[in-house]
Design a protein. Structure first.
Length: 174
């Protein structure tokens, strides 16, 4: 009788079998692989969002700088722009001076000439194209009264952020 109760007690205290342990290990490994894949994907998406944000910020900064310039150079002033070899943006006196401007994140400078910190996702490459016209729908002014500025910021991944703005010559009458 004592041996029967001892066997019942031993059966109640048994651990996992080898097969149960292997199944648990496989299930756990599958869960870890699934979670690791999700984490890697999330990290890549976060890096891409940071890169897009930094590229957009660089494009906006340059567009604001260009927007602050007159449509045409003031009379008596016509300082050469980027395409004519003038690399000093602080001297630019009109929007067209930025045509063909280009820089990269290792040399991005503010208007004052200070090197700008771009963030951790670089290098970025910025370029500007300024063209006369086209005339927006509904306007009758000549194409010379419009300039389209396109700023392209190429991200480290190779994809680009493009910001475009149309400027119009303002004629004020008194």
């Amino acid at each position: 009788m004592a041996s029967t109760s001892r066997r019942a007690t031993q059966r109640g205290q048994r651990g996992f079998t080898l097969i149960e342990s292997l199944i648990a290990t496989v299930v756990l490994a599958a869960a870890v692989v699934g979670i690791a894949g999700t984490l890697a994907s999330t990290y890549q998406q976060q890096k891409d969002q940071v890169s897009a944000s930094e590229a957009t910020q660089l494009a906006r900064q340059l567009m604001e700088e260009i927007s602050a310039k007159p449509f045409v150079a003031p009379s008596g002033s016509n300082i050469a722009g980027w395409s004519a070899g003038n690399k000093n943006r602080a001297t630019y006196d009109e929007i067209a001076d930025y045509d063909r401007f280009a820089d990269d994140s290792t040399a991005i400078k503010t208007l004052a000439g200070d090197t700008q910190s771009v963030g951790s996702m670089g290098p970025y490459y910025r370029s500007v194209k300024v063209v006369e016209g086209p005339v927006p729908v509904g306007h009758t002014a000549p194409a010379t009264d419009f300039k389209t500025v396109t700023i392209t910021v190429t991200r480290p991944s190779g994809s680009a952020i493009v910001v475009t703005k149309v400027f119009m010559r303002a004629t004020l009458s008194s």
